[in-house]
Design a protein around this ligand. Structure first.
Ligand code: SIN
Length: 299
């Protein structure tokens, strides 16, 4: 019998499938369709020390093979999330990764400090890669020294494992991954969106400058996972254009320990449970007993 559970940081997750931050709201919104506890981990929307209103509309724009978003990290703030939303994940025994960001180093540290040692919080995911804000975000994530210093600072105030979520819009993502690892990052999330724009030809304007996600960036994400897995010995959460079980398998084989599904949920909100169901069948059919047997099998 194939077992799709995943042992990570001493904890047994029921499966290696998660949502990508920001694509499942605060979690409960999806529950009329399926239970958030079906996933191995729920990844929170990006949270900051103070609530943030985000960017003006339009914030999302469909393009061929993907989507542009410019949400601008709108969120209710870390304190409200911990008070109002975290208890639900504890009740439903759903491990949570808290995705967080700051506009300054102090805000990253302040936010991490607020995240209490709740056993239901499985890990933190540091957003070092948002293309849609003027300060911080990708500006921090492009500089290996900045990445090192930020992660070191956050590690000094938390005992939770940290995943650094990196941008593909850098000269050399492997170099950034090495900096994150050397600073003590426990894992990596690869990749965030790639910057792009759309043109509205009826009006002759650019309605949105944002982050491109979806199938268009899958090869870029796979390359990042494949190259970084060879460069650093820490778990990688692979994300970028996963629309199907076949896409998820590509990420595992390229070296991802677990995967995150984002844009696909906007196309078909049942993509995540379908991938979870399909994974077990695939492993059994091909004679594998666990996902780790296919993780990183590509040379
Ligand atoms: C956004 O809120 O603009 C997207 C978040 C991100 O790309 O990190």
């Amino acid at each position: 019998m194939a077992d799709i559970s995943l042992n990570l940081f001493g904890r047994k997750l029921k499966n290696p499938v998660m949502n990508a931050s920001g694509t499942l709201g605060y979690g409960r919104e999806i529950e009329p369709l399926w239970r958030v506890s079906e996933m191995g981990v729920y990844v929170s929307k990006g949270l900051s020390l103070k609530p943030h209103h985000g960017n003006p509309t339009p914030r999302v724009w469909e393009v061929s093979s993907g989507m542009l978003n410019s949400i601008g990290l709108q969120n209710i703030g870390i304190d409200r999330f911990l008070e109002e939303y975290l208890p639900y994940f504890s009740e439903t025994k759903t491990p949570v990764i808290i995705n967080f960001f700051g506009f300054t180093v102090e805000e990253y540290v302040g936010c991490a400090e607020r995240i209490k040692d709740d056993e239901n919080i499985f890990a933190l995911e540091m957003n070092l890669s948002c293309p849609n804000i003027k300060e911080g975000g990708i500006g921090f994530g492009k500089d290996p020294n900045m990445v090192f210093n930020l992660i070191k600072a956050v590690k000094s105030v938390t005992t939770k494992p940290i995943f650094a979520k990196l941008s593909p819009e850098v000269k050399n993502i492997v170099e950034i991954a090495k900096s994150a690892y050397e600073a003590g990052s426990d894992g990596l999330t690869l990749i965030n969106t790639m910057p792009g724009v759309a043109v509205d030809i009826r009006k002759g304007v650019i309605p949105i400058k944002g982050g491109l996600s979806g199938p268009a960036i899958k090869p870029v994400a796979l390359k990042a996972v494949y190259e970084c897995r060879k460069a650093v010995p820490i778990p990688i959460l692979g994300t970028g254009g996963i629309m199907s079980l076949e896409d998820a398998l590509s990420f595992f084989m390229a070296g991802a320990w677990a995967i995150q599904v984002g844009t696909a949920t906007f196309v078909d909100p049942y993509t995540i449970p379908r991938i979870i169901d399909g994974l077990k069948g695939y492993l059994e059919h091909h004679g594998f007993s666990s996902v780790s047997e296919i993780t990183g099998i590509t040379e």
